[in-house]
Design a protein around this ligand. Structure first.
Ligand code: URA
Length: 195
């Protein structure tokens, strides 16, 4: 199933998923969206209320901020790809359990294999833990390059704060930190080939 040859095929194959208890509670499956060959990919935690209603990632308040963050490094949302660790909304927006994340992780891996991004930016602690295997707190690790091996590729990962956290801690310091992290990711994708 996760051998799908394209993103639309993968979406088709998994949109009825009931592999974990989150499937039964969803309004809409939130596959992810964006440029199918994006160089920059964002991975969040899981759909919230707005995303569950619309079937699209990061469309609520956190999504508006993510769009502004992307704009601040001179890019457009459509040039990137945006996905989550889990594709169905956890009740009351709680953090997905390790079992739920594990049930969904193969789908995210296949998405990443098909998109082949140059850089992944993880948003908050959950994707950093579940996708990259880094258990430390985001405050400690943000801004420091990590790597994840997906299929035959080793992909650089830039951990940053989740936009919902930025909205709660709307200080110049936190906003600057996120901007610096995204700028580092942008510099990496813009570097001359071979350097
Ligand atoms: N928060 C996330 O982690 N993902 C979304 O898609 C929306 C909010």
């Amino acid at each position: 199933m996760t051998e799908a040859a394209s993103l639309p095929d993968l979406h088709q194959a998994i949109k009825g998923c009931l592999a974990c208890p989150l499937g039964a509670g969803r309004m809409k499956f939130v596959f992810g969206e964006g440029h199918p060959e994006a160089r920059l990919m964002f991975v969040g935690e899981g759909p919230g209320r707005d995303e569950d209603l619309q079937g699209r990632p990061f469309v609520g308040k956190a999504g508006e901020l993510l769009d502004r963050m992307i704009g601040a490094i001179g890019m457009k949302r459509e040039e990137t790809y945006i996905a989550n660790v889990v594709k169905c909304r956890p009740p009351d927006n709680r953090t997905p359990t390790p079992d739920e994340a594990r049930a969904c992780l193969g789908y995210l891996h296949r998405q990443i294999e098909l998109i082949r991004p140059a850089v992944i930016v993880t948003l908050g602690a959950t994707p950093l833990r579940e996708l990259v295997g880094v258990p430390e707190g985001i405050t400690k690790v943000r801004g420091q390059w990590r790597h994840v091996r997906i299929g035959d590729r080793e992909i650089p990962v830039m951990p940053t704060f989740h936009p919902a956290y930025v909205l709660r801690q709307y200080t110049q310091e936190v906003r600057r930190a996120v901007w610096e992290d995204l700028r580092a990711a942008k510099e990496w994708i813009d570097r001359p080939a071979g350097s």
